[in-house]
Ligand binder design. Structure first.
Ligand SMILES: [Zn+2]
Length: 112
């Protein structure tokens, strides 16, 4: 996931600012799942900057990927490199899948 909180961003209007608040907006329903977009607002020109679309599948994938990362760390510490590499592979599969879903949601539910 993108860690955008507390990051310094630049708006199209040229304003540099720190993101203090992430807002969420309901975008609709796709395949029985609610779709939300996360965005932040420029304090100067009030432009909305969306940066993340998510649904239940995305949230589940994020949880699973966190588990794969944790296990990978455990296997590395235990010097079980084969198992660690397998977790890494699963993590990468999950990331690719999540990226695909996010792209689809973004296309289907363009931010107004
Ligand atoms: Zn701005």
């Amino acid at each position: 996931m993108i860690i955008i909180e507390k990051a310094l961003v630049t708006c199209d209007c040229g304003k540099h600012f720190k993101v203090r608040e992430i807002k969420k907006r309901r975008m609709g329903v796709h395949q029985g799942q609610k779709v939300r977009a996360h965005f932040f607002v420029c304090p100067d020109c009030r432009k909305k900057h969306p940066f993340l679309w998510e649904n239940d599948d995305i949230r589940k994938l994020r949880q699973k990927n966190k588990q794969h990362q944790d296990k990978m760390g455990e296997y590395i510490r235990a010097k079980q490199i084969g198992k660690a590499e397998h977790e890494k592979w699963q993590f990468e599969q999950g990331m690719t899948k999540a990226r695909g879903i996010k792209g689809e949601l973004k296309e289907r539910f363009p931010f107004p």
